[in-house]
Structures are given as structure tokens and as C-alpha cells.
Design a protein around this ligand. Structure first.
Ligand code: ADP
Ligand code: MG
Length: 750
């Protein structure tokens, strides 16, 4: 397919462009001041360009330097046109010989250009960009990135991105050309001219905020060099080094912020010391090698008893339970009790897989608090969960003569007032509630411990509001709980300000949930099992097919699915439906009916978190399972297997792509949430693992939370520096301190 015009040697397409470096003026000392000058200091940036740059968050020259390219285009890997591979992304350069735009059906247009180099010619095609007809000038050179494909007997180069370099423009750099995220009206070429100028003139004057000892120790290159190489790398290795340094910076700033927050908390107002004899909690208090925990003699009178506050009628928590603690629960409780004995406020995360038994651990801590004559509070994200905790804790703690009260938004005014009075007078020892618990009008007599369940569902203000319920300048101790297992290094980052206890063991006798993945719409087997289990007196969940466009559409399709299941598949059974468009009261009504056994099958959309503990439910059936993350699927599955009966989880997917199969077979293979979390993180990266909203962390521009070695390095370097200079008060650490402050201020929402 040589073009008839091939004999004409096109002007400059003879070879891959030799990088034509414009001689950069050597940096002058006064250029250092330019760093914080408005971006209009850059030659060529006038008002219009400045406005465009502002849209990218660039106000100063420093901002421009710190706006890194999305990627680099490797011009050293340019292919000759006759060497372009089929069905593979590749980049080539040639001369435009002919351009034609045609209408295809449905108002679409197609632009085809014949592009040629000395090896051959190809038809490059674009869809729906009619303006290209004018932009693609005959005789100009063009860089194309795309895929060569065969359509019938035609071969075409399907263009993904292209560029029209000017002669000598490619691009004052080595072979790796930066590609920036752009905004309307800002051309790649122009942007590169700006950044090139900034890198040459100003980057050398960036002061390195990292102490040089730390840099040497962590093998990090200096900031000016890293920034320059990040834009215009000499080669791939230099780019990797620059990335590592800049990624380290982000992770390090997170760690410094975490350490600051943790120290603020620890050095802030004290909490009450809440010692208890181990014999109050453990049936066999000296079973562990480490019994140094409670120097308090086991028959010391309890403060609450002494004061005649609460009678403490039962005498040992574990003995009052129908089971004994798991080793992991025992360990976590000891860690918590050790914290409670101190006046330094506890700030601990209790992490445990679904069903690992976090509630009794929290109950033990609440009991220890009450035994000291202090009150405890437990905050839950939804009414149904608050009620569930309330019923559970009443059962667990009333044998000790403790009054437990519930506070929710849907309560009657009278009930609420009663609960409030009991708390204010000190008559009630424990309060369980939703947001209603942290309202202004709720006052505690003496709050000693605040517990937050499913802590990721709350923002910092809510936790702070709870904290402020402590009285007389005292802080309550704080225990936060989460059922999302996260790999350890990641936990250190996200919860770097907290101490962590992990329940990595399920109560004995749990039968592993049998998980089966069925591709290609084979539902019959699952439906049969649902029918059998319901016939045996048990219940089931069915998670509806996923509709992502909108919650309204999702609800609509859920209603249709519910109707289908109700009339065609299970006409004789009692079905209930919950979706995101239901009013909270309606949702709670259905959930309660399911909990109370008035519904056999709960049909639900994925937006609805089925947060209830219904031990009688034994089947979880999930449609479109391939479209959920591993962690979420694991949470769904955790809704069954909570009782003594064998439980089942059916994962249904339309097709069996390679990645879906990797994930779904991981679920089939293990019930271990931590193992799945590791796998999930590895397969998807941290961004998807959490969903940015949940993580409470800033958008990381360079770093990846999946980069475990670098995370660990950042953590240990931050600790090293903190030991040397807590709060970074030394003069030489001033720039770093400011940076930490600025970095955290931008996402103080955590
Ligand atoms: P989660 O960690 O998911 O919040 P829960 O606290 O709701 O788990 O506990 C799940 C179930 O396990 C509850 O019914 C609870 O009574 C039971 N449980 C907790 N600890 C033990 C144990 N050590 N042995 C047996 N069952 C336990
Ligand atoms: Mg729970």
C-alpha cells in the first residue's frame, strides 16, 4: 500500500526526531525569587493563559513546577510506519498527505488522513472530531499514537492521541516527552514550553524540605533534581528515581501529619484512669503468661460499688457469656484494658473481620469503664445497627446491674427525654445511639469511654463531637472499630495516628461459608438452594443486578427484579425489598421484618448496606458479582454464616473475564478477609480498594498506597525524625513543618 506520492521525499519525516534542545539560559540567582511569583512571570503567559492554568490549580511558578506530567511519551520507541504492529498501541511519526472528513450514519463523522514516512503510508482515522479537517494541514508532520487494525480488507490506524509538532519542537528534551493533563485552549506544546522554562530557570532554587541525613539514609535524590527529571527525564531510570523521591514526599507528609495528630491527642487533656481487676473480665485471669496487666488486686472494691452507683451484681464478664473468648479477643481486651488504666487518652482501632466478635470486646471495655464509675457511649452509623447493639449490650451488661439506654432520631420525644435524663444524672451507665447521641442536648454525667462502630462511616466532626462530651476538661478514651480488613502497612497509613488491635481469629465452631461461583447466568442451582433453605426454616439474601447510571434507575430495576422473583421464581415465599430510594424509616421497617423472620428472602441493591446480624440467614446470592470489589463481596458474604448452620454464598457473573475469574476464585478459595484484602489491593491498587471518599486521605499525585516498601520507609523515616525533633520545632525543619501543615490543611476532613 505504497502511496502514489511516495517518490516525493517528504520534508522532514526522514527519521525519528533528533531532540533539539533549545539552549537553556543558565539559572541566575535572582530566579529563585520567581518561584513564588505569579505564573505570568513565565514568558508567554499572559492573562488568558494564566486563567487557563488557574483551572489546573496553577497560580505560581512553583505550582507549575509541581504539576507533574500524567505520563511520558517515549519518542525513542517510535515505529516506522511499515513496522507498526497490528492490534497493539504504538506511536509513529509521518507527514500528512491528504485529509478527508465524511459523515457516517447517525450524525457521526469520520476523519481519515493519509500519513506517510519513508517506509510507507497508512490511513489514520478519527471519529467525531470534524474540526480536525482544518487542523491537519497537508505537508505538516504528525505524531500518532494508536492501534493498527484490520477492517475487512482495509487496514487503518485507529488514533488515540496525536500531536502536531513544529520542526525542532520535539521537544527540547531527551526522548521521554511529558504529557500533561490539559484544559481547553492550552496546547500541549505551549504547556511544555512553560514547564521547560520553569524547570530550567527555577527548579534549581527549590529548597529541599527533607533533612539531608534522612535523604541519604533513604536513598532519595535531591528535590530540584527530582522535579526536573520528573518533567524532562534523561531516561527511564532517572524518571523512576524522580518518581520514588516525589512519591516518598507524599507518603512522608502523611506520616508526619499522623504523628502530629497522635501526639496532639496524647499530649492533650488527660483521660480518667480506669483500672479493673482482670478477674472482672476474664474467667481465668492468669491463664496468659502476661498477667502484669493488673497490679490492682483482684478483690479491690470497684469504684462504682464503693460509690453505690451501680451494684455490679454479676462478678465476671466472661463467666456470664455462653462462650469463652477467642485468643484474639483476649489479646485485644488486654491491650484495651492496659490503655484504659492510663491517663493518656486511649486512641485505638479494633480491626476484625466480619463475625470476629468485636461487640463483646467493646462490651468488656464499657464494663471496665462502668466499674470505675464512668459512663460509656457507643456510636453506630444506622438505626438498625444501633438497635442491634442496644439489644446485644443490654443482654451482656444488665447482669452487672448496668442501665443501658438507646438514643435515636426516630424515637418518641418522651423516650428520648428519659434516656437523656438518665445519662445526665449518671443513672445510666451506657448509651448506644446514632447521630442523635452527639447532639447538643445530650450531656453525660461522666463520660469515660467513647466507642465508634464502623468508624469509616463517620467524619472527623462527629468523632470530635463525641469526644467533647467528656467533662471537666477530661478527654474520654476512644475505641474505633471497623470490619474492613486492611493490610497492615496500609493500616499504618490510614490509621497512623491510632494504635491497632486485630481480631484475626473467628470464634471456634464457625463453619466456613461454602462459596460457589457460577458464570453465564446459571441461576437455577442457586434458586433451588434458596428454596430448600427457606423450606428448612432459614432465610436468604439476593443482591440485585448492578445498575450504575443512577440510583433511580437502579431502584427501578431492583423493583422489576423483585417483582420477577416474587411472581415467577418464588411465588409461595415472603419476599422483601430494600433499595437506595426508600425512605430510612421504610428501609428500617423491611430490615426489621427480615430480622424478625417475617420475610424469607430479602432482595436488596448493592447501595444498601445490609448491616444486620440475622443468624438465621444462610444463603447470600449476588448477581453481577464480577463487578464488585473483593472486599465488598466479602462484606456481603459476611452477612451469612453468623449462626451454627452451614451457610452458602453464590456468586453469579454474566461472563468470565480473566480478572473476574481471578477475583471470584479467590473468594471461592478463602474466607479470610485479610488474605482477600491483600489480594484486592494487589489486583486493583489502593484507589479502588477504598474509594477515595472512604480513605480520608488526599489525592496522591505520585505515590501509590499499594507501594508497601516505600510506605514502610516513609513511616520509619517519619518516626526517626519525630524522635529527634517532635513537632518539628528546630529551625532547620521549619520548611518541612510548613509543608506538613499545608498538606494536611487541604484535607482536614479526616
Ligand atoms: P462483628 O465483629 O462482625 O461485629 P459480632 O460482635 O456481631 O461480630 O459477633 C458475631 C457473633 O459471634 C455474635 O453472635 C456473637 O455473640 C458471637 N461471638 C462473639 N465472640 C464469640 C466467641 N468467643 N465464641 C463464640 N461466639 C462468639
Ligand atoms: Mg459489628
Amino acid at each position: 500500500m505504497r502511496s502514489p506520492a511516495a517518490h516525493t521525499q517528504p520534508p522532514s519525516a526522514s527519521a525519528a526526531p533528533a531532540p533539539v534542545a533549545r539552549p537553556a539560559a543558565p539559572p541566575r540567582a535572582e530566579d529563585g525569587y520567581l518561584l513564588d511569583a505569579p505564573v505570568t512571570a513565565v514568558p508567554g503567559v499572559g492573562q488568558t493563559q494564566a486563567e487557563r492554568l488557574a483551572r489546573l490549580g496553577i497560580a505560581t511558578v512553583r505550582d507549575l513546577l509541581m504539576t507533574f506530567p500524567r505520563e511520558h511519551r517515549d519518542y525513542s520507541a517510535l515505529k516506522k510506519i511499515d513496522q507498526l504492529p497490528f492490534d497493539e498501541v504504538a506511536t509513529t511519526i509521518g507527514i500528512i498527505w491528504e485529509v478527508q472528513t465524511t459523515r457516517t450514519g447517525g450524525g457521526r463523522t469520520r476523519t481519515v488522513a493519509r500519513v506517510q514516512d519513508e517506509s510507507g503510508a497508512i490511513r489514520a482515522s478519527w471519529f467525531n472530531q470534524p474540526y480536525l479537517q482544518k487542523q491537519l494541514v497537508k505537508g505538516a508532520s504528525i505524531v500518532l499514537t494508536g492501534v493498527k487494525q484490520r477492517f475487512g480488507n482495509r487496514v487503518e490506524f485507529n488514533v488515540r492521541s496525536h500531536e502536531l509538532p513544529e520542526t525542532g519542537d520535539l521537544i527540547n528534551t531527551g526522548r521521554l516527552v511529558p504529557v500533561y493533563g490539559l484544559t481547553e485552549g492550552l496546547h500541549p506544546k505551549v504547556m511544555r514550553r512553560f514547564t521547560k522554562w520553569a524547570v530550567d530557570r527555577c527548579a534549581p532554587f527549590l529548597t529541599d524540605h527533607l533533612p539531608s541525613a534522612l535523604r541519604v539514609h533513604a536513598h532519595l535524590e535531591a528535590l530540584p533534581e527530582a522535579v526536573a527529571q520528573m518533567h524532562y527525564p534523561d531516561n527511564a531510570e532517572a524518571l523512576a528515581r524522580a518518581r520514588r523521591r516525589l512519591a516518598f514526599d507524599e507518603l512522608f507528609l502523611i506520616q508526619m501529619g499522623m504523628l502530629t495528630r497522635r501526639a496532639n491527642w496524647r499530649d492533650g487533656p488527660a483521660a480518667p484512669a480506669l483500672p479493673v481487676p482482670a478477674s472482672l473480665i476474664f474467667a481465668n485471669p492468669h491463664a496468659d503468661a502476661d498477667d502484669t496487666l493488673d497490679p490492682t488486686s483482684s478483690d479491690a472494691p470497684l469504684v462504682a460499688q464503693q460509690n453505690g452507683l451501680w451494684p455490679m451484681t454479676a462478678s465476671c464478664f466472661e463467666a456470664s457469656l455462653p462462650f469463652s473468648f477467642t485468643g484474639a479477643q483476649r489479646r485485644a481486651i488486654r491491650e484495651i484494658l492496659a490503655d484504659l488504666r492510663r491517663t493518656q487518652p486511649m486512641s485505638r482501632l479494633l480491626q476484625g473481620d466480619v463475625g470476629s466478635g468485636k461487640t463483646v470486646v467493646a462490651a468488656a471495655a464499657l464494663l471496665a469503664t462502668a466499674a470505675n464509675g464512668y459512663q460509656g457511649a457507643l456510636l453506630a452509623p444506622t438505626e438498625i445497627l444501633a438497635e442491634q447493639h442496644y439489644r446485644g449490650l443490654v443482654k451482656l451488661l444488665e447482669p452487672f446491674g448496668l442501665l443501658v439506654v438507646l438514643l435515636t432520631g426516630s424515637q418518641k420525644a418522651k423516650e428520648r427525654a428519659q434516656a437523656r435524663d438518665a445519662l445526665a444524672s449518671g443513672q445510666a451507665a451506657i448509651a448506644i445511639g446514632t447521630h442523635a447521641l452527639i447532639q447538643e442536648d445530650v450531656a453525660f454525667h461522666r463520660l469515660g469511654l467513647a466507642v465508634v462502630d464502623e468508624q469509616h462511616r463517620f467524619g472527623v466532626e462527629q468523632r470530635e463531637a463525641l469526644r467533647r462530651k467528656g467533662q471537666h476538661g477530661q478527654n474520654p478514651h476512644m475505641l474505633v472499630m471497623t470490619a474492613t480488613p486492611i493490610p497492615r502497612t496500609l493500616a499504618l497509613t490510614l490509621y497512623g495516628d491510632l494504635d491497632v488491635s486485630v481480631l484475626d481469629e473467628l470464634p471456634a465452631g464457625r463453619q466456613p461459608i461454602i462459596t460457589r461461583w457460577r458464570a453465564g447466568g446459571q441461576r437455577q442451582e442457586a434458586y433451588r438452594l434458596v428454596a430448600e433453605e427457606v423450606a428448612a426454616g432459614r432465610q436468604a439474601y439476593i443482591i440485585c443486578p448492578l445498575v450504575e447510571e443512577s440510583e433511580a434507575l437502579e431502584a427501578k430495576s431492583a423493583i422489576a427484579e423483585y417483582e420477577r422473583l416474587r411472581t415467577e421464581v418464588f411465588p409461595d415465599l415472603r419476599l422483601g425489598l430494600v433499595h437506595g430510594q426508600l425512605r430510612p424509616t421504610e428501609k428500617d421497617r423491611v430490615m426489621r421484618a427480615f430480622r424478625d423472620g417475617a420475610i424469607d428472602i430479602l432482595v436488596a441493591t448493592a447501595v444498601v448496606e445490609v448491616g444486620v446480624d440475622v443468624p438465621n440467614a444462610t444463603v447470600m446470592m449476588i448477581e453481577d458479582a464480577d463487578r464488585f470489589g473483593l472486599s465488598q463481596l466479602h462484606q456481603f458474604r459476611g452477612r451469612v454464616g453468623r449462626g451454627a448452620d452451614q451457610s452458602y454464598c453464590y456468586l453469579l457473573s454474566k461472563e468470565a473475564s480473566a480478572t473476574a475469574s481471578e477475583r471470584l476464585s479467590a473468594l471461592e478459595a478463602t474466607n479470610d478477609g485479610f488474605a482477600l484484602a491483600e489480594a484486592d489491593l494487589r489486583m486493583r491498587g489502593a484507589g479502588d480498594f477504598f474509594g477515595a471518599r472512604q480513605s480520608g486521605l488526599p489525592d496522591l499525585k505520585v505515590a501509590s498506597l499499594a507501594d508497601m516498601p516505600l510506605l514502610a520507609e516513609a513511616r520509619s523515616q517519619a518516626e526517626w525524625l519525630w524522635q529527634r525533633d517532635p513537632y518539628l520545632k528546630a529551625l532547620e525543619h521549619l520548611p518541612l513543618r510548613e509543608l506538613v501543615f499545608r498538606f494536611w490543611r487541604n484535607f482536614a476532613a479526616h
